[in-house]
Design a protein around this ligand. Sequence first.
Ligand code: DGL
Length: 264
Amino acid sequence: MDRPIGIFDSGVGGLSVLKEIRRQLPFESINYLADSNNCPYGSKNEKDAFLLAKKNIEFLLELNCKLIVIACNTVTALAIDNFRSEYKVPFIGMEPALKPAALKTKTKKVGILATENTFNGKLFKQTFEKYAKDLDVFVQPGYGLVELVEQGDQNSPKAKKLLEEYLLPMVEKGADTIVLGCTHYPFFKEMIQQITQNKVSIIDPSDAVAAQTKRVLIDFYLVAKDDNDPTFNFYTTGEKVIAEKFLSCTMDRPYGLEQIDGDL
Ligand code: DGL
């Protein structure tokens, strides 16, 4: 049987990426780890977030994963370079989607929501320099949003209130494009459309990340054969009921779900 792809996030956010990978790579087996017990990583000190990410990677490598997708902007920003030099498997990470935003915006005003650690990392600064220097970029940390998704409260009045607080000022200043710089945020897509009255383009980089995963699998001769009957195994360090709630609306195939120890 073909070796699985490993995907991890600080929680269920990376399922938004998994969904797109499943769509573009339907024969690939996947092991997904949600470190929900230690979520959020976005406001943790860098060393702790690094050690947690390392633990996740080693867990997935034990399961013989052939490639790791870091479905977390925060970990990508903090540590993907270190992991690429430490481990032999290829890594795919998340990048703040300022390039597609720059191509899309007509007003040259773009809003971006991400975690504090993502904004603090050098990847954001580099991406900004490369693609967004000529734009007005409104940067907004999404305080509290990841926690709401992890509790399954992404459609709650509290979520609406926070999103209004974060997004309406950008729209009032003329932003016509909003970048989702955290993999948990696509779960708010409908609410964002409602709040902005469908007046902004929402940029979610999941499809680009899935396309990059496919390119790298091809380059490394790692693509699963198209007679592979893929298997899907999920691991959470948090509560199984929450993971189950998200998986039931993400997966259209049978899967396994196991709770694992989340301590460092
Ligand atoms: N999904 C993670 C990201 O893309 C959430 C970060 C967090 O745990 O704060 O950044």
